[in-house]
Each structure stands twice: as structure tokens, then as C-alpha cells.
Design a protein around this ligand. Structure first.
Ligand code: UDP
Ligand code: MG
Length: 343
């Protein structure tokens, strides 16, 4: 099978209610564009009927290929597996819940044809998402923009197109706590944005509850910024100056007013608790970086594939990043069960 022009990559976790419509909309969009294409669906350990549905879609349409994970590895890792398996001259990342309209791919492709290597879709409006999610997301992207050196465009999700050469660089970036929108910015090249309206989910519910959103935000920050570590020095400076100032004031009061000033225990207790709270916060932040170092040193594969549909044997050998080694995509692949990893 020759390589298609466009590879569409969609992570799928319990999306049985949407999959048939998602597939149909992608197919129609591809037919409208007219280039050769493939759709790579990565089943991220769905517990509903998503897998059989994907399987039957792939059986009936040779454009569709399925990578089935052995368990849930998370959205960003599922996207990574899709990129690993993509063969297109351009790779498009899109959510399977139809929040990202497949029709927008036409605009992404048009920009790519103009010569841009990364075309990301910017959410101009977000429909059907809670007040809380909209406000926290807006705030998050803006804070992240300020504290990172890599300029990650604001209000931009993973919905984007990347040229094959960018995809190839991403395949070699095997970090475990992944923030793919940051990683594609990091790569560089000519990048541009296209505005779109992010719709409400067609069916099903979000797989990003608050807890996952927070851990995703931490991945983003720790992957691209030392700011939380650096901010400690300001805290140290501020508290140091406060200590000296308070010492001077107390000394003066003691001399001029006599003993008895600042005898209250309440002040001490409040200050002690406040300072301990800061210290634990910073310990937590350091811990976040340390835990991520630990993730890297364990050197586990990023994901495990249980089965695949739509891939020929020879492609399996060529396409999948092997389990170990730095230049992952260039080494020969080990047998099926272990070949899915990064490094
Ligand atoms: N997803 C996934 N694994 C997960 C969580 C989500 O593959 O552990 C997929 C999900 O099926 C969807 C996309 O990632 O296609 C985005 O997830 P979701 O729509 O729940 O996130 P939101 O849009 O609410 O931020
Ligand atoms: Mg969604």
C-alpha cells in the first residue's frame, strides 16, 4: 500500500455513541478534499462497544486502520501511537467526539499547501462546555504562555495538522508525560493557526474530569517550564526581607516601649501554619519534577498494543517504534507484543 497524502489520527476512549458519525464525517471531508487518506483510530482501552464498532468500520473501509491498546494509557499517549503509525505526508490530530469538526481539516490542508509545516486550530468559541471549564482553560493557556520559553499558542488543543517531517521528530520524542501541543510548538518550523468554533460533544461525556485536567496542566508546566522551581527564590527573598524588617521593628519597640510586645501565640501559630503550607507546596512542586525524572529513568514503553487492524505484516515492521533505543524509529522492530513502545 502506498503512503497516503493525509493521515487522520483520532484517539478513542468509550465513544461508541459517536464513532459511526465521526467516521462518516471524516470520510465525507476526505472525499471533498480529494487527496488519498487514511484514518487511524487508536482504541485507548475503551470499556464500551467502541472496539467492535471500529473493527467493523475498518473491515468495510480499507482507509481505516485500528490500533488497539492493551489498556487505557491516556489521551496524549493514544495520540502518540496514532502519530507513530501514520504514514501520510501530513498528519492531522483530531478528537473523536466531533468537538473538532472534520470539515475544518480542509482549511488546515490549505495552509499546509501554502507551505506551513504545522497548522493548529484555534478555538475561537467553545460551545457546550461549562463556565468553569471555559474560564480555567482560558486562564491556564495564558499563564502557560507567560511562564514557558516555547511559545505555545493560546486556546489551542491537539486539533492540528503537521507535516511528515514534524511527525518524524515527534516520533523521536519519547518523553512519558506528554503535552503534545507544546511538543509540536517546540519543534519549530513554519507554524500558523486557523480559527474555528469548538462545538459541544455530540454524545457521551468528557473523559477529562477535574483531576485529569489538573494532572494534564502539571504535565504542561513541568514539561516546558522551570517557573515553579524558580519562583521559590522570590519567596525566599520576600520572607528573608520580612524577617529582617520585623526583627528591626520588634527591637525598636522593645527598646522604646519595654517588654510585652509581640507576646501573642496566635500570631505565631498562624505564621507557622502559613509557612508550613508554603513549604509543603514547594515540596509538592519539586516532587512533581522528581516523579517525572523517575518516569523517564524507568524507561518503560509508552504504550502496549494488544492488536491491530488494517496493517500488513511488513508495515508492522516498518512503522512501529520499537521498545528500546534512542533512535526509535530506525531500529528493526521486535515481535508484535513488545514492539509498540517508544523506548
Ligand atoms: N480520550 C482517550 N483516552 C482518554 C481520554 C480521552 O483516548 O483517557 C479521547 C476521547 O475519546 C476523545 C479525546 O481523547 O476522542 C478527547 O477527550 P475528551 O473529549 O473527553 O476531552 P475534552 O474534549 O472534554 O477535553
Ligand atoms: Mg471532547
Amino acid at each position: 500500500m502506498t503512503s497516503p497524502t493525509l493521515s487522520i489520527v483520532a484517539p478513542v476512549y468509550n465513544e461508541e455513541a459517536i464513532l459511526p458519525e465521526f467516521y462518516a464525517r471524516v470520510r465525507d471531508a476526505m472525499v471533498a478534499i480529494g487527496d488519498t487518506w487514511e484514518l487511524i483510530l487508536v482504541n485507548d482501552g475503551s470499556r464500551d462497544n467502541s472496539l467492535p464498532i471500529m473493527w467493523s468500520i475498518a473491515e468495510n473501509d480499507e482507509h481505516v486502520r485500528v490500533v488497539n491498546f492493551a489498556r487505557n494509557f491516556g489521551h496524549q499517549v493514544a495520540v502518540t501511537a496514532g502519530i507513530d503509525h501514520a504514514r501520510g505526508a501530513a498528519v492531522v490530530l483530531i478528537d473523536a467526539d466531533l468537538q473538532d469538526p472534520p470539515e475544518v481539516i480542509t482549511e488546515l490542508v490549505a495552509k499546509w499547501r501554502e507551505g506551513y509545516e504545522v497548522v493548529y486550530a484555534v478555538r475561537e468559541e467553545r460551545e457546550g462546555e461549562s463556565w468553569f471549564k471555559r474560564v480555567t482553560a482560558k486562564l491556564f493557556y495564558r499563564i502557560l504562555y507567560r511562564i514557558t520559553d516555547v511559545k505555545i499558542p493560546v486556546d489551542t488543543g491537539d486539533f492540528r495538522l503537521m507535516d511528515a517531517k514534524v511527525a518524524q521528530i515527534l516520533r523521536d520524542m519519547r518523553e512519558h508525560n506528554r503535552f503534545i501541543r507544546g511538543m509540536t510548538s517546540w519543534v519549530g518550523f513554519k507554524q500558523t493557526g486557523v480559527k474555528y468554533v469548538r462545538h459541544a460533544r455530540k454524545a457521551g461525556e468528557t473523559k477529562y474530569p477535574l483531576r485529569k485536567m489538573l494532572s494534564f496542566a502539571l504535565d504542561a508546566v513541568t514539561s516546558f517550564s522551570y517557573f515553579p522551581l524558580q519562583v521559590m527564590v522570590y519567596m525566599a527573598g520576600f520572607l528573608g526581607i520580612m524577617a529582617i524588617a520585623v526583627a528591626i521593628v520588634i527591637s525598636i519597640l522593645r527598646v522604646t516601649q519595654g517588654e510585652g510586645y509581640f507576646g501573642g501565640q496566635a500570631t505565631t501559630i498562624v505564621l507557622l501554619l502559613l509557612l508550613s503550607s508554603f513549604q509543603f507546596l514547594f515540596l509538592f512542586l519539586i516532587g512533581q519534577y522528581v516523579a517525572r525524572i523517575y518516569d523517564e529513568t524507568r524507561n518503560r514503553p509508552l504504550y502496549v498494543v494488544a492488536s491491530r487492524n488494517g496493517f500488513s505484516e511488513s508495515e508492522n515492521d516498518e512503522r512501529v517504534a520499537p521498545a528500546h533505543g534512542r533512535s526509535s524509529t530506525r531500529l528493526p522492530a521486535p515481535p508484535l507484543e513488545t514492539q509498540d513502545a517508544g523506548e
